[in-house]
Every structure is written in structure tokens, then in C-alpha cells.
Design a protein around this ligand. Structure first.
Ligand code: FAD
Length: 475
């Protein structure tokens, strides 16, 4: 019986569980659905959609080498998916549709509907664990619930990894030519304007590019990751997040690259490698949270009592934050990095998120949405987890009274101001002492061309503390 591998956020042929399963079971066709209405509803960024399409073109080439024809169909929203896939199954006499699991509530509902629709024709939808090391629901607390605390979750992950390390799959060999022509992947999709060439060049598409990035990182930067990962001016992190989010590389491939550079150890040995593997487990943790606590998929706070917080409506301040014009250099530089590259360094994501939710006291959902609309690595679970952590509304959240001071963070993590100078040319002439806080220079107008701070840091900190206290000591 013929097989259909339905590619979603797993745009690769190497170490792809569903693809291997399909090719092992019979002659295989591949499918990708173009879903602009759904992508818009999910706030997927144009840069991310462009990255998907560029990777789809690379995937088409890789599938050609395996003689797997790639069909590309439009299903504007996922409610159209069952009918579109059913039609393909009828035309091509498909017996089984193979997919890798995805975890948001819309993704789960889509798969449930597709399964029910195909089931009526006797076609199976078979789903595989692939995005994660462990299936959500398979790692639970002693009382049977999903973990809410990362360190406890990680401990159980370590135990499991010690007893059974997930291995990478071999690349399947080519099948016999089925004589079915492949569709040509679109270069653009209406509603998602192409990003600049500079942005594209930062994120070359394809498995080979992802692998090259992983190998270079493992060889050159992994050993000092723990020391360097917090300094945005240094290339201290892997910058693999867009590739992991689109499934151009698998977490297993990442884990094994780290193990290969750490004598096979994941919780001892080189602190850089251990620290990086911990980040892969944070990724895992937030996806488990998405399944265990579906309210976070619905834009609700993980800590429900914080839904009562009196967030401010301050459209001008929100816009200043979005456009990198708050007058706080580290915040502005970070937000400009996001707009120009589709990516932001993790330390900066925390700084700008705390600034928005604490100093400006603006609802974390505004920040979450803006990030999704601009990140090339936008991922519901990680983005929501990061925002709720920063806003003190989530799992493991920063205690509400621990509020980053963006100026001190800037002095600590960009001590020479290299990052600030790169993104804020109007401040480039300032020395490494003044550049973190030009408003302290005095003078009536400050630095020409650069705004005065939109908010007083210490008064706004007090305002945030009071707002959290007003929740009645429930936090
Ligand atoms: P590395 O430091 O090299 O880490 C390796 C991989 O581990 C990353 O590629 C990523 O897949 C994973 N990872 C690292 N840190 C985290 C984390 N804290 N949570 C979950 N996974 C992590 N990450 C996203 O992939 N997509 C998002 O939409 C996203 N939004 C965020 C929003 C906020 C407010 C915050 C504070 C963090 C967010 N993160 C998000 C997590 C983190 O900032 C990025 O994964 C990281 O900056 C990506 O850079 P890198 O690939 O160089 O990471």
C-alpha cells in the first residue's frame, strides 16, 4: 500500500522518523500544505514563512534524490486539511499517512480531524515522536501530573537518557521511481512579504547549512558556551533555533553532536556541553508544558491568579518598545536586532520582556505577539514560556520582585558597548561608560537623534511591584 509523508515542521530527510517509517512501509509520496490563513491566525512572521519556503525548496531537492515525489497543496486554514488530504489519498491510492507529532491545541485538533476523515475511507494516520526526546505525558511527577518546575523535569530527563539514549536514524535509500511529477515549491505566499536579502543570508536554508552550523558550533563554541552565552556581542550561542523550529535539524542530531564533543556525557564533563544540553531540555520542557497545560496555548497565564493583574494600556510606549525607541539603549538595540535579523539573543529576549512587562507594565501577550510576528524562530511553546517566565506569570517564573535593571544588565553583558554601537549608530561616539545610559549625561536634549527614556526605571519598578502586590499576595 502507498504511503504519504505529510511534512509540517520537520523539513528534512535526515533523521526524520515519519519519513523513515513511510519508506520502510511502501512506495512513498510526500505532501506539504500551504496554509496562509492559518499562518496569519498564528501570527507567523513573514521571515519565518520565507524560511519555511526556502527550506521546502531544499527539501524538494533532497526528496528528488530519494525518488519521493513532493505534492504541494493549498489548505488556507487547517480546517481545509482533511478534505485536501482525503482527495490526495483517493487519487494516489494511499493506505497510510505518516506524520511527526506537533503539540499546539490547533495542531492536535487538525490531526484529530484528519484522522477521523481519513478513517472513514480506511486510511490510517500514523503519528511519530520526533520533535522531542520524550513523548509528552511519558514524563510525569510522582503524583501523575506534568512537571511545573524545570529542574525536576530535567532530573527525570537525565535518568531516562541514562537508560535509553534516543539515536539518530540512518538516511533511507532511494525508492523506485513512481513516475509521479513533483510540484514546484512557491517562492512567496500572499500576505507574507519576502524579507531582505541580508536577512536571508543570515539564515541559509537546507539541512547542509544547518549541519554546518551545528558542527562549527560544536567544534568551536560548545566548550565555552557556559561562559559566553550571555554576551550578545559574541557568537557564543549556536543560532540553531530557526532550524530546530522548522525541523531542518533534529534535537537528536543536536544532542549527539554535543555528546560527541563531551565523551558521551550529558550531565557531567565539559560545563559548556552540559549547559547547552540543558537548553535543549528547556525546549523540551516548554513543549511538555504546552500539552500538560493547554491554557497557555490559549494565551492564558500559567499562574491563573496573575490574569487579574492590572496591565496598563499604553499604546505609545508599546510602539516605542516595538520600534526600538524607548531611550534605553540595550532595549532599543535588541528590538532593532529583532526587526533587522528576525532573531534576538536570549539574554536580550529576557531583558526586553522584563522591561515591557515590568517597567512599562504592559501585558506579556502584547510582547508575545510582537515576537511571533517578527521571529524567524517563533515557536509557540518557547515563546510563551519565555514571556511568561519574564512576566512572572509562568512556570518557574522569575519571582515578581526580581526585576532586571536594563542599564546594569547592559553594563554587565555588553561591557564595552560593542553590541550597542552596532545597532545604535547614533550612540556610537559615546564611550563604554556613557553608552549604556545616555540620559545620565545631562544637558537639555540629551544625545541628538536619540530619545529620552520613556519611563523612569526606579519609579516604574515600584509601580510594577505594587501591581503584583495588589494581586493580594497570591504570587
Ligand atoms: P542556544 O543557546 O544555542 O540553545 C540551543 C537551542 O536550545 C536553541 O536553538 C533552542 O531551540 C533551545 N533553547 C535555548 N534556550 C531556550 C529557552 N529558554 N527555552 C526554550 N528553548 C530554548 N526560542 C525559540 O526557539 N523560539 C521562540 O519563539 C522563543 N521565544 C522566546 C521569548 C522570550 C521572551 C525568551 C526569554 C526566550 C525565547 N526563546 C525562544 C528561547 C531562546 O531565547 C532561544 O531559543 C535562543 O535565543 C535561540 O538562540 P540559539 O539557537 O543560539 O540558542
Amino acid at each position: 500500500m502507498r504511503q504519504l509523508i505529510w511534512f509540517r515542521t520537520d523539513l528534512r530527510v535526515q533523521d526524520n522518523t515519519a519519513l523513515n517509517a513511510a519508506l520502510a512501509a511502501g512506495p512513498t509520496l510526500a505532501l506539504f500544505l500551504v496554509s496562509p490563513g492559518q499562518w496569519q491566525a498564528h501570527d507567523d512572521a513573514p521571515a519565518k514563512v520565507d524560511f519555511w519556503l526556502r527550506n521546502l525548496a531544499e527539501l524538494a531537492r533532497a526528496l528528488r534524490a530519494l525518488n519521493v515525489p513532493l505534492l504541494i497543496r493549498k489548505a488556507d486554514t487547517w480546517s481545509d486539511a482533511p478534505a485536501v488530504i482525503r482527495e490526495i489519498c483517493r487519487i494516489h491510492d494511499i493506505g497510510t499517512v505518516q506524520v511527526n507529532e506537533e503539540y499546539g491545541i490547533h495542531e492536535s485538533e487538525r490531526d484529530r480531524q484528519v484522522r477521523a476523515c481519513l478513517g472513514a475511507d480506511g486510511v490510517d494516520l500514523r503519528s511519530h515522536l520526533d520533535q522531542l526526546f520524550f513523548r509528552p505525558g511519558s514524563l510525569l511527577t510522582q503524583s501523575g501530573g506534568y512537571f511545573q518546575v524545570y529542574s525536576q523535569f530535567r532530573k527525570v530527563c537525565y535518568q531516562r537518557l541514562h537508560s535509553a539514549l534516543p539515536s539518530c536514524l540512518p538516511l533511507p535509500g532511494p525508492q523506485q521511481d513512481l513516475g509521479i511529477p513533483s510540484d514546484v515549491p512557491p517562492c512567496t505566499v500572499d500576505g507574507f512579504p519576502a524579507p531582505s536579502e541580508q536577512l536571508r543570508q543570515l539564515w541559509p536554508a537546507g539541512e547542509a547549512a544547518a549541519r554546518e552550523r551545528l558542527d562549527a558550533f560544536a567544534l568551536e563554541a560548545l566548550w565555552c558556551y557556559d561562559d559566553r552565552r550571555d554576551f550578545p556581542a559574541r557568537a557564543g550561542t549556536s543560532q540553531l533555533s530557526p532550524y530546530l523550529a522548522a525541523g531542518v535539524i533534529s534535537p537528536r542530531q543536536c544532542l549527539h553532536a554535543a555528546l560527541a564533543n563531551n565523551q558521551g556525557e550529558f550531565d557531567s564533563g565539559n560545563p559548556g556541553a552540559v549547559c547547552w544540553i540543558n537548553e535543549l531540555l528547556w525546549r523540551e520542557f516548554y513543549k511538555h508544558i504546552l500539552v500538560g497545560y493547554p491554557r497557555v496555548s490559549r494565551h492564558r497565564a500559567f499562574r491563573q491568579e496573575t490574569d487579574a493583574l492590572a496591565w496598563r494600556r499604553a499604546p505609545d510606549e508599546l510602539e516605542a518598545w516595538q520600534q526600538g525607541r524607548t531611550g534605553i539603549p540595550i532595549v532599543d538595540a535588541a528590538m532593532r536586532q529583532l526587526l533587522a535579523t528576525g532573531w534576538m539573543h536570549n539574554r536580550l529576549r529576557m531583558i526586553v520582556a522584563m522591561f515591557l512587562t515590568k517597567n512599562l507594565l504592559i501585558d506579556w501577550r502584547e510582547g508575545e505577539r510582537w515576537f511571533m510576528r517578527h521571529l524567524i524562530d517563533g515557536d509557540l511553546a518557547a515563546n510563551n514560556g519565555g514571556w511568561q517566565w519574564s512576566a512572572s506569570t509562568g512556570t518557574d517564573a522569575a519571582p515578581y520582585f526580581r526585576i532586571f535593571n536594563p542599564i546594569s544588565q547592559s553594563q554587565k553583558f555588553d561591557p564595552d558597548g560593542h553590541f550597542l554601537r552596532h545597532w545604535l549608530p547614533e550612540l556610537a561616539h559615546l564611550d563604554k561608560r556613557d553608552i549604556h545610559d545616555p540620559s545620565a549625561l545631562g544637558g537639555l536634549f540629551g544625545v541628538p537623534g536619540y530619545p529620552q527614556p520613556v519611563v523612569d526605571l526606579s519609579a516604574s519598578r515600584e509601580r510594577a511591584l505594587a501591581a503584583f502586590r495588589d494581586l493580594g499576595g497570591r504570587t
